[in-house]
Unconditional design. Structure first.
Length: 397
C-alpha cells in the first residue's frame, strides 16, 4: 500500500505540503512529491481540491525478501559503555542467526565507542558497524533514527533486534514506520519457524493474560524489542573472528530537532533495580509515600534496590523507574521481597523470574503468597521493623 500523486491531476497548489504532519510532501523541480518519510496516515487525501492524491495497492512488499539477510542487533550504549541488554540480544541473536544460517551483526552509535564495539566480536558477533562521532555522544532520536534507517536500507538485515529500554522503545517504532515494516515490542521469547524461516515473536497480550506469537511475513527487517533480563546473556567466545566496519555519516544529512540542555537522573538514588541482586518492593499496602522509608531502610541494609508496584507509582509515592511489571521493568534478582503487594499477573510478569521470592502480606489469600518461596503473613509495619532489627543484630554479631 502507498500514497501517490497523480501528476495529470495535480495543479501544484501545495495544500497537501502544509497538511502533512510528517513533512513528507515536498516540492521538487516544481512538482509535488511524496518522500520516504510518508507514513500513509492519509491526512493529505481529503485536503487535495482536485483529488490528485490516491492510496494505491493492497499490500506492499519491500521488493525481494530474499535480499534481506542477517540478524542485526542495536548495540545501545550509555556513557560509551555497551548496555547489558545488548549482550542478551547477542546471545539470542546468535542462536537465531545459526538457525537460519546467516550472520550476526551489531550497530553501535556514540562517542568513544569503537573499543567497546570491537569487544562485541568476543561474544560471537560476525560484523560490527560503528558510528563513532562526538555529535553522537548524547542520545537524540533524530540522528539515531536517520543513521540507522540509512544503514538498514544499505545492509538489508532479515531481523533487527533492540532492547526494550527507554532508548530502544523510543527509536524502534520510528524506524519501523520509516522503513514500513512491522515491530513487536517487549518480546519475551524469539524463535525461528522451522518451516517458513520466519521470526516467531512472542509477547504477553491482553494485560498479560495470553501469550501472542506474532510474525512479519510481508516486510523486512522483522523487528522486535526485548526487555533486559528476559533472554540469557551471551557467553564470551575469546578468539572469535569478526569484522569492525567504521562508518561515516554527513551531519548535514541527519535531522536534529532537539537540543539537550541537561541530563538528570529521576530515580530516587540507590542501585538500579535491573542490576541489583536483592530488591525490596513496596505496593499499595504501604498506605502512603512515607511507607517507602522503611522499604529503603531494609533495601539499604541488604545492599539492595527499591522496587514498586504500579499502584504505588500511580499514587505518586515513588518514581516510575522503580516500577516492576508488565508496564515497568523486568527484574531477576537473587532475592525479591514484595511488601504489601497483592501479586497481580501484571506485577508477576516483571518479577516471577526472581530466584527466591519473599512476600509480606497481611492477607493470607493474596496471590503473591502462592508463588512466593517464603511468605510472611502479617502487617508489614510490624514484620519489617523486626526483620531490620534482626539483620542489624546479625550484622553486628
Ligand atoms: C495493562 C496493565 C499493565 C499493568 N502493569 C503493571 C506493572 O507493570 N506493575 C504492576 O505492579 N502493576 C501493573 N498493573 C496493575 C495491576 O493490575 C495491579 O493493579 C497492581 O499490581 C496492584 O498493585 P498492588 O499489589 O501494590 O496493590 P493491591 O492489589 O491493592 O494490593 C495491596 C496488597 O497489600 C496488602 N496489604 C495492605 N496493607 C498491608 C499491610 N499493612 N501489611 C501487609 N500487607 C498489606 C493487601 O493485602 C494487598 O494484597 C497493570 C495493569 C494493567 C491493566
Amino acid at each position: 500500500m502507498s500514497i501517490i500523486i497523480v501528476e495529470d491531476k495535480c495543479v501544484g497548489c501545495g495544500l497537501c505540503i502544509k497538511s502533512c504532519p510528517y513533512d513528507a510532501i515536498k516540492r521538487v523541480d516544481g512538482k509535488v512529491r511524496i518522500t520516504d518519510d510518508c507514513r500513509m496516515c492519509g491526512v493529505c487525501l481529503p485536503v487535495c481540491p482536485v483529488d490528485a492524491i490516491e492510496r494505491v495497492g493492497k499490500e506492499e512488499r519491500v521488493g525481494d525478501l530474499s535480499e534481506y539477510r542477517g540478524v542485526l542487533v542495536f548495540g545501545e550504549q550509555r556513557n560509551s559503555r555497551i548496555s547489558p541488554v545488548v549482550y542478551e540480544l547477542i546471545g539470542k541473536g546468535r542462536e537465531l542467526a545459526d538457525k537460519i544460517g546467516e550472520e550476526l551483526e551489531c550497530v553501535v552509535l556514540g562517542e568513544d565507542v569503537t573499543e567497546e564495539a570491537e569487544n562485541l566480536i568476543n561474544y560471537g558477533v560476525d560484523k560490527v558497524y560503528v558510528y563513532d562521532d562526538p555529535s553522537l555522544a548524547v542520545f537524540r532520536e533524530d540522528p539515531y533514527v536517520d543513521i540507522i534507517v540509512d544503514l538498514l536500507r544499505k545492509i538489508k538485515p532479515n531481523i533487527f533486534l533492540l532492547g526494550a529500554t527507554a532508548i530502544g522503545r523510543s527509536i524502534a517504532p520510528r524506524i519501523a514506520s520509516r522503513i514500513k515494516t512491522g515491530l513487536t515490542a517487549d518480546c519475551t521469547e524469539l524463535d525461528i519457524d522451522p518451516e517458513t524461516g520466519l521470526l516467531l515473536q512472542t509477547r504477553p497480550a491482553f494485560g498479560g493474560n495470553v501469550m501472542a506469537t506474532i510474525i512479519c511475513p510481508r516486510s523486512r527487517p522483522q523487528m522486535a524489542t526485548v526487555r533486559y533480563k528476559v533472554m540469557k546473556r551471551a557467553e564470551r567466545r575469546p578468539g572469535y573472528k569478526g569484522e569492525v566496519v567504521k562508518m561515516r555519516f554527513d551531519p548535514e544529512e541527519v535531522r536534529d530537532r532537539v537540543e539537550v540542555l541537561e541530563i538528570s537522573d529521576i530515580g530516587e538514588g540507590g542501585p538500579s533495580i535491573t542490576e541489583a541482586d536483592i530488591i525490596v518492593s513496596g505496593g499499595r499496602g504501604l498506605g502512603g509515600p512515607e511507607g517507602f522509608k522503611i522499604i529503603r531502610e531494609l533495601a539499604d541494609l541488604l545492599g539492595g534496590a527499591v522496587g514498586a508496584s504500579r499502584a504505588a507509582v500511580d499514587e505518586g509515592w515513588i518514581a516510575y523507574p522503580h516500577q516492576i511489571g508488565l508496564s515497568g521493568r523486568t527484574v531477576r534478582p537473587k532475592i525479591y521481597i514484595a511488601c504489601g503487594i497483592s501479586g497481580s499477573v501484571q506485577h508477576l510478569a516483571g518479577m516471577k523470574g526472581s530466584e527466591f521470592i519473599i512476600a509480606i502480606n497481611k492477607d493470607p489469600s493474596a496471590p503473591i503468597l502462592k508463588i512466593a518461596d517464603m511468605g510472611l503473613v502479617g502487617d508489614l509495619y510490624e514484620v519489617i521493623p523486626k526483620l531490620i532489627d534482626r539483620i542489624r543484630r546479625l550484622k553486628k554479631g
